[in-house]
Design a protein around this ligand. Structure first.
Ligand code: ZN
Length: 162
């Protein structure tokens, strides 16, 4: 178990496009495991590799009980449906939330930690987390696409940071 440092805005690594993972090595698997530890430590529901300073297409999400922890390599949204609009936060942009329009349901295809192809369909918070994390792989932050961005009250508990 290892917790990595979460990169914060305005670090330029957050604005770059991450590279596809060509080969799943022990280092890649260790990075996925560390990302999960880091996400839980920060009480987030998702984390993308650029947020720990590494420009590889890797994400972890844990946003609903049905799916639990998902570690995904080279994730791609292959289908989107419906719409949801609501507040979103990011572990790389503490203290800020924004109202973001997202698809209500997405189907994501990628590889699991062992390199098997997996396809997962999720709705609600899980769909939001997938879209948020895959945006990170393309150098896009929620503040780039939010319709309204606002500071959050430190006393109010923040839910769903990614
Ligand atoms: Zn984020």
């Amino acid at each position: 178990m290892a917790i990595r440092l979460i990169v914060k805005e305005p670090d330029e690594v957050l604005h770059k496009i991450a590279k596809a993972v060509a080969k799943i090595t022990p280092n890649v698997q260790k990075l996925l495991d560390d990302m999960a530890d880091t996400m839980y430590d920060a009480e987030g529901v998702g984390l993308a590799a650029p947020q720990v300073g590494i420009l590889k297409r890797l994400i972890v999400v844990d946003a609903d009980e049905e799916h639990g922890l998902i570690k995904m390599i080279n994730p791609e949204i292959i289908q989107s449906e419906g719409e949801q609009f609501g507040p979103e936060g990011c572990l790389s942009i503490p203290g800020i939330n924004g109202d973001v329009r997202r698809a209500e349901t997405v189907t994501v295809r990628g590889l699991d930690r062992e390199g098997n192809e997996i396809t997962i369909t999720g709705s609600g918070l899980l769909a939001r987390a997938f879209q948020h994390e895959i945006d990170h792989l393309n150098g896009v932050l929620f503040t780039d696409i939010a319709e309204k961005v606002y500071e959050i009250n430190a006393e109010r508990s923040q839910t769903g940071s990614e």
